[in-house]
Ligand binder design. Sequence first.
Ligand code: ADP
Ligand code: ZN
Length: 517
Amino acid sequence: MNSPSDLLSSVFGFDAFRPGQGEVVEAVVAGRNVLAIMPTGGGKSLCYQLPALCREGVTVVVSPLIALMRDQVRALRAAGVQAGALTSGNTEEETEEVFEALDRGALKLLYMAPERLSRAGTGNLLSRVGVKLLAVDEAHCVSQWGHDFRPDYLEIGPLAQRLNCQVAAFTATADPETQEEIVARLFPRRPEVFLRGFDRPNLHLAFAAKDGPRAQVMDFVARRKGLSGIVYCSSRAKTETLAQALNAAGHTALAYHAGLEAEERRLAETRFQREDGLIVCATVAFGMGVDKPDIRYVVHADLPKSIEAYYQEVGRAGRDGAPAETLTLFGPEDIRLRRAQIDEGLAPVERKQADHARLNALLGLAESPVCRRVPLLRYFGEERAGGCGGCDICAEPPETFDAKDAARKAFSAVLRTGENFGAGHLIDILRGQRTEKVLARGHDQLPTFGCGQEFAKGEWQAIFRQLMGLDLLRPDAARHGALRLTEAARPLLRGEVELTLRRDSVAKAKARNRPEA
Ligand code: ADP
Ligand code: ZN
């Protein structure tokens, strides 16, 4: 059987669990009865879908939402999982097909509308096929005092008793009375209850645009000398060179990646666990087996893959609850690399789109004009009002500006050069630089040539980065990162919508990070 984290990537195409998901999945896989309270959009379905694949036999999922069941069945089948649904929306053939697959023992997940539960024969059917796990979505529907009460949900508890099977229930409703009612009606004994906000208030969150990234990392670490930390890098080679540089600067650093011998990796893990003040420069291969409570910082020397991966990785710091710091570096190269990885992958088109959207969300977080915890927690379904006081934005709110004109100039440079060039060349055109490449292509003759003098090169870079982050401009991997306009850029080009960007003055970042000049 595959491990949950293998299945997470191979079947679902995700690179990390969302906050809370990992623990719930683990408990369900271990066979415990569970009630998990997670906000809408928090990723509840994975918490029963994935465990269903880790075990023999069929998992029954009760859900009141027929459209949602059909969507999930479709998505699971597309991912190669045997799933079916018994709902009033079925055709006779579909129902026949499900029964037939059940009898063959071929189904992994069977979705069932609640009204099916009270049908004569359903109990017999389920005990005949040997259901081991009953997952209850929207479990608050069992509450007689709630708005969503579904009388058929009252059948679930007795059915579970009769089948003598594990129960995992999920809801987004957090009020304590409803929880008590769910516990009383669905479970024979008190289940393990998961109710935890996604926030980790002791983590300080910060992002910075790459600007002499090696120096940025060295500087961050130097200010935290003697503390244990992890520096995540996007390549094996970089973990090695960075560890060397840190050692040369008088720190104790190790490189860690999947290319090392198993013995070396184990040694690094043990040393990190036991010694104080060790720095591990690692690829994402590092972390799964590491449970060190007093990691004081996590640095991303390169942009992580997604918000999920970001939060899982920074979340390794400060498990002891004491303050811990994080810094995530990102630059246009990172964006190009990630887009190329997605585009060149073998995933089906919908998954690629979803991956691009997830990357956009991460870039939006990186260039957020408001408190980091607002977009971060919103991404996981939790709304929060006001600043957290524990992030770089709260400490120093960035300057923003009306970027409508700047964006239109950038778009115009892209379009007039046939969507054939990357940001560097386009910036030269906007700034009126007569470079060899500009002259060779006759781009000094364009009306756009020199129309963007009001911004310095670094400011244009920040603008292009944000336009890419907002997915208004997208680099084309097949054409060396040539930028093209996305559909979302059209209303802006027509002047129909507003655009506010951060005036991330690279010059300012430089002054702060590199005092040696
Ligand atoms: P809920 O049922 O809690 O409202 P869903 O299970 O529908 O939420 O998940 C919400 C979205 O999050 C879905 O689009 C799902 O594909 C996505 N999602 C779930 N888990 C992950 C993960 N670990 N990484 C990335 N995306 C995820
Ligand atoms: Zn904040």
